[in-house]
Design a protein around this ligand. Structure first.
Ligand code: RB5
Length: 151
C-alpha cells in the first residue's frame, strides 16, 4: 500500500477555526495531516506559521501544503519568498482549478475572513484533485524562479 501523503497545514488566529475544519476534511479524504499551528484564536503572527510550512515545501519534504489567514495575503507573501514555492491565494473553485492547471500551485492559501466554510472545502478539494496541465505552462512556471534566464 502506498504511504499516505502528508499535508502540512497552518494558520494564524484568523484562520484557526477554518484550519481545524479543513483538517477533518483532509483526514476524511485519507491524507496524513501535519498541523503546524496556530493552536487557538489568540492573536498571533502569520509569518511564524508560514515560514516552517514553506520550508517543508521548498525542501521537498512535503509536496503540497495549506495556509490560512484573514485575507490570505500575509501568508502568501511569506511563502512565496521560498524557492520552488508557488503559493496561490484562492477565493473560488475556478481559481483553485486554474492555480493548479496553469500555475502548478503547491501551496493553497485561503482567505478565511472572505470565504465560507463550504467554499473552503470546495476550494480545497479542487486544489487537491486538479492536475497541472504542463505544455506551455511548464515554460512559464519555470520562468518564475529568480535565476531563470530572462528574455
Ligand atoms: C490578522 O488580523 C490579519 O491581518 C491576518 O490574518 C492576515 O489577513 C494578514 O495578511
Amino acid at each position: 500500500m502506498a504511504p499516505r501523503e502528508r499535508i502540512p497545514i497552518a494558520a494564524d488566529h484568523a484562520g484557526y477555526e477554518m484550519k481545524e475544519k479543513l483538517e477533518r476534511v483532509l483526514e476524511e479524504l485519507g491524507y496524513d495531516v501535519e498541523d503546524l499551528g496556530a493552536n487557538s484564536t489568540d492573536s498571533s503572527d502569520y509569518p511564524d506559521f508560514a515560514h516552517p510550512l514553506a520550508k517543508e515545501i521548498s525542501s521537498g519534504e512535503a509536496k503540497r501544503g495549506v495556509l490560512l489567514c484573514g485575507t490570505g495575503l500575509g501568508m502568501s507573501y511569506v511563502a512565496n519568498r521560498y524557492p520552488g514555492v508557488r503559493a496561490a491565494v484562492v477565493w473560488s473553485r475556478d481559481v483553485a482549478e486554474l492555480s493548479r492547471r496553469h500555475n502548478d500551485a503547491n501551496v493553497l492559501v485561503l482567505p478565511s475572513r472572505c470565504i465560507s466554510d463550504d467554499e473552503s472545502v470546495a476550494i480545497l478539494k479542487a486544489f487537491l484533485d486538479t492536475p497541472f496541465e504542463g505544455g506551455r505552462h511548464e515554460r512559464r512556471v519555470a520562468k518564475i524562479e529568480r535565476d531563470a534566464e530572462m528574455p
